[in-house]
Design a protein around this ligand. Sequence first.
Ligand code: ACO
Length: 431
Amino acid sequence: MSNNSLSITDNRTGKSYELPIENGTIKALDLRKIKASDDDFGLMTYDPAFTNTASCKSRITFIDGDKGVLNYRGYPIEELAQHSNYLETAYLLLNGELPTKGQYDAWSDDIIHHTIIHENVKNLLVAFRYDAHPMGMLMSMVSALSTYYPEAKHIQDPGNRRKQIVRLIAKMPTLAAFAHRHTVGMPFAYPDNDFGYCGNFLQMMFKMTEVKFKVNPVLERALEILFILHADHEQNCSTSAMRGVGSSESDPYSSTGAAIAALYGPLHGGANEQVLRMLQEIGSKEKVPAFIKEVKESGGDVRLMGFGHRVYKNYDPRAKYIKQCADQVFEVTGRNPLLDIALELERIALQDEYFVKRKLYPNVDFYSGLIYQAMGFPVDMFPVLFAIPRTVGWLAQWEEMLQDKEQKIARPRQIFLGHERRGYVPIGARS
Ligand code: ACO
């Protein structure tokens, strides 16, 4: 018997089985041969929310949630945040290696030359009500792009795939900024190739009547860092949506639309918006203890938004870095008055038995909103600011999935607990 195996005895039949262990996992399909009788379907695992199921083999992002480690393609997130920029990190995530100077220049040139959106897309945008949430607008516009690029459905063609990847990464800031301009009733500011990826986004967001927008280098760098920190996070809810939808061979625009929908939720990328609303509602540092009490007594109904994580049972390394980044931004913009409430919440929560016992620490969303708000972004743009950089993570994971011979259309099983077969009752005979 191999040491790298699991022995199982089925007490229903007394039979024993030996299942190979590979990379710390057993294959769920190996359990199928464990049957109580010949006509038994075979054993399955029950794992709602996939808390202990690996759905893929990946070489992109590594997380050690207990130690608070996050690496992209082996590079620690802290080193990338310190030395890299968003487009370089995007190249790394997609290609597995940091680019040479020539590769980087060609890559960023390609992105810059795909930032413009078809003029007709603006007609879609103006059809939205003035108070439409920008994440809803972004989701719809990204999905609509599949009709502008019908060739995107040829997902098995690597060259075609790369073209759509470039388009999506390049157009996401344009769509996001246009959604914002629609909300505030400002004329759209078109992409300007003189700026870098983040600088261009800032000018499309905030340009007024000036001929040339001046980007503050500190704020531009802060946005680069925030985008790097949000670029990928392995098999989270939205990435699983991207892989799941993409597994049916949908085009990348439709799959990205689905990923944006998953990210929108308040338990995922919508949390940064909810953190700000929570801080505004608490209102002052003095009211923090009463709010913490409310969270603890609610039995899970009221959550301290921006706290807790499925994978991190330690301080989220991204939150740690963002906290440092906040100081630099506040030097330019002035201190966000909500910071005091956030710091007090963190101080009390990290000492409180309830949070300590459950290993609840600040996550990426706890401080990012404070920075975005200080930079002038409206609160409902926060999830959009998550979706822009996460696009490359979704696309890298999508492409990895398509190239993985072991992957098939995603299709989980169920445990059926409903009625067994029964006869139809005519409406007049029902009680
Ligand atoms: N505030 C208060 N209690 C919490 C919180 C929180 N933020 N998060 C978890 N808990 C409690 C739960 O009530 C539960 O308590 P119990 O054991 O007494 O029932 C326990 O901690 C475990 O919580 P789960 O919901 O089982 O943890 P799970 O891994 O499923 O959830 C999640 C992770 C969704 C992130 C959760 O911590 C949460 O809702 N946090 C707030 C929302 C948030 O900040 N989301 C952003 C996450 S980061 C990202 O997606 C980018």
